[in-house]
Design a protein around this ligand. Structure first.
Ligand code: UDP
Ligand code: MG
Length: 207
């Protein structure tokens, strides 16, 4: 009887675990290569890539979005959109995909993001780890300026916005990375090389 009960309980537990979303958060400064590496991970390991920044830009461009101006203000200014907006865009995309494994790129970026996510998604998600692309400021800056010059079309790939994005990154996002590091969830990759070199390091974490 006791064995039976514990087997049923194990079954229920594994059902609950398997019905959770598996998530890897991808963090690093502006231009650290999050988007580039995520595309490679998708190709090789079949995750679904959700970029919080891309979702916000899509929402901004949606005709009649009530958040368009607010989002653009934050993007230009390098500040962080309130978590209710970002988190609901992420959850909607996750549900719509009908997939289980997600790379969430560029989120959570501050304490408000972290708390809002934990409250709304904490129970629905199995956080596997945080993939952290470590890259010096001068390398990141040059990449974003090159990207802007090559026609990224982004309203924040200019030197004024970049300064603010770095400030937010250092003051608001680094503490989030430190928080996950303190609970042993951070996997750090040196992100100064070529995309191919960096991906060799990334692969070691996924296989
Ligand atoms: N952003 C935000 N919350 C997020 C992700 C992005 O508010 O969770 C905003 C923020 O203003 C940021 C901008 O979108 O500076 C661009 O983010 P993205 O991740 O695309 O660019 P990155 O700076 O990482 O290259
Ligand atoms: Mg990006």
């Amino acid at each position: 009887m006791c064995m039976f009960v514990s087997r049923v309980l194990r079954g229920v537990q594994s059902f609950i675990m398997s019905s959770k979303y598996n998530v890897v958060f991808v963090l690093g400064g502006p231009g650290a290569g999050k988007g580039t590496q995520c595309a490679k991970i998708v190709e090789e390991y079949g995750y679904l890539h959700l970029s919080a920044g891309d979702l916000l830009r899509e929402e901004r461009d949606e005709a009649g979005s009530e958040y368009g101006e607010l989002i653009e203000g934050h993007i230009k200014n390098g500040t962080i959109v309130p978590v209710e907006i970002t988190c609901s865009l992420l959850e909607r995309a996750m549900k719509k995909s009908e997939k289980d494994n997600f790379l969430i790129d560029g989120f959570p970026r501050n304490q408000n993001n972290l708390e809002g996510w934990n409250k709304e998604m904490g129970e629905k998600v199995n956080l596997k780890f945080v993939l952290f692309f470590e890259c010096p400021l001068d390398v990141c800056t040059q990449r974003c300026l090159d990207r802007g010059a090559a026609g990224s079309g982004r309203s924040d790939d200019n030197i004024e916005s970049l300064k603010k994005r770095f400030e937010t990154y250092m003051n608001a996002t680094m503490p989030i990375i430190d928080h996950y590091d303190a609970i042993n969830l951070v996997r750090t990759v040196n992100a100064t090389g070529t995309p191919e070199e960096i991906f060799e390091e990334v692969k070691k974490l996924f296989s």
